[in-house]
Design a binder for this molecule. Sequence first.
Ligand code: NAD
Length: 323
Amino acid sequence: MTTLASRAGRGLLLWSIPEPVSVGARSLSWNARRSTATKLAERTYTAESKGKFVEDLHLWQSSKMITLKEKPLAGKMGLVLGIANEHSLAYGCAEAFRAMGAELAITYRNDKTKTYVEPLAKELQAEIFLRCDVQEPGHLEAVFEALSKNWGKLDFALHAIAFAPKEDLHGRLADSSREGFLTAMDISCHSFIRMARLAEPLMQDGGALFTLSYYGAEKVVEHYNLMGPVKAALESAVRYLAYEFGPKGIRVHAISPGPVKTRAASGIDHFDELLEGAASRAPVKSLVGIEDVGMATACLATDYAKLITGETVYVDGGYHIVG
Ligand code: NAD
């Protein structure tokens, strides 16, 4: 007979059960018994009430069992900014969110991109489809008004937007113009902060915010030029937002994919060389696809990842670990 006096919950629990306590085929270790004692703190068990203890234990254990949902984002509402076409990283993410059961709101930048985005939004059964140029006053606000009116809440939002004027992107950082740098910062970084601020009141039950970054934020990558410091600012903004929103259960991440051939990527000089280098240097020896980025991001949007926040998550086949 072992007697454990443990202070747990509302009072002192006199714990008195024979050792070892067998539950089915398993014997409970001291630690398991102590933690069970905490959970069943309001009750007192004696050697005579061992049967009742085992019964309660089973009930408690079954309520604690991990159950996997077939569609872990079912019932969740998400916003996706940044689909330009079927090659966009945002589209890969939207597909994964939808496959995991989420309802989506999708935006397009202008009438030209609408032609490509609309069929994708239809395929994804997007409930909300709106124009949003983050540089146009009122556009982001209108999107969030629509989310509030239609859904009354938001569970996650993806910002997959970047831009830098060509003349600045193709030159040295040292030669970048003030206007070019500010434009790149505004579209690629500050619009994420604005999105986060607008999302906050709709995330009363917590949520997840994502933006897309690149390794060039951390290390010098040839030809990435002024986007390096812009993405570095974005990754830092992620950490500060994660700190500020953490108490509300709102998580914030930067997803950092390896190079993927998209429209935005075609603006970077010598991008094909970057692709070749990535495939040969990454430990997994393969390039990343938009579906890989999508699945990783969607996993982080689920409640299974509810205690992960403020990260720059590399989806690059391990490229960033190689020195
Ligand atoms: P993409 O061209 O498919 O997407 C870029 C999107 O930004 C487009 O939908 C475009 O319409 C949008 N955009 C630009 N200016 C905008 C504005 N003012 N308002 C609203 N939308 C605007 O290219 P992508 O590669 O999928 O880019 C998505 C994100 O992924 C970017 O942040 C990019 O830096 C990042 N990223 C890309 C790679 C890559 O290799 N492709 C790697 C790492 C990170």
